[in-house]
Design a protein around this ligand. Sequence first.
Ligand code: ADP
Length: 212
Amino acid sequence: VNQQHTSGHTSTKTRLLIMGPPGAGKGTQAALLAGRLRIPAVSTGDMFRALQHADTPLAVQVRAVMAAGGYVDDATTNDIVTDRLGATDCADGFLLDGYPRTLSQVLYLDELLAQAARRLDAVICLRVDEEEVVQRLVARGQMSGRVDDTPQTIRARLAVYQEQTAPLLETYRARGLLLPVDAMGTVQDVAERIALELDGHAALDLSILPTP
Ligand code: ADP
């Protein structure tokens, strides 16, 4: 794939996705990386968790979907992402965590970026084995009380991920955007691997800050 360099392409125009199964550590790594790149981390999971406590029909719906380990419908999800990416702090780049997760969302994001004459720079994909993921999520559920971190819901989320989201990686791989990263090990180890992958990515010219 021919990654065309646009002349004004600098580290202040970075648009990234971070993908991977539930429990891979996307949120943790997204926050670290976004801080180092000085771009906002945009997590659809966080946005849905924030709105689920409201007293609205949407909140009721989101709560039910999340508790069952399913995906919120594409129209609702695309709408909140459109709003968020339209905010001024996203104008110079963003790191999307947990979106897109369906083919319809991939196509929607393509369109949204095309309308703004923007494109993605890279897609980080965190890889973990399933046993590790289940253990992490069960542990997190005990600490955080997240309603979707129960053993039953975790299995459901992994199944939905495998069925609907994992195949999307191929789309980004075919575009030359996919950066697979081994996400086993410490937070620090994984953060360093991500930084190395981004440094080596031909389409990117990032002044990434050193790991703390
Ligand atoms: P995890 O990746 O660990 O499952 P997230 O915090 O990213 O956790 O997402 C939590 C839940 O929020 C998901 O299980 C799903 O119900 C909902 N959600 C998040 N992002 C999306 C999305 N892009 N499309 C549909 N539902 C989503």
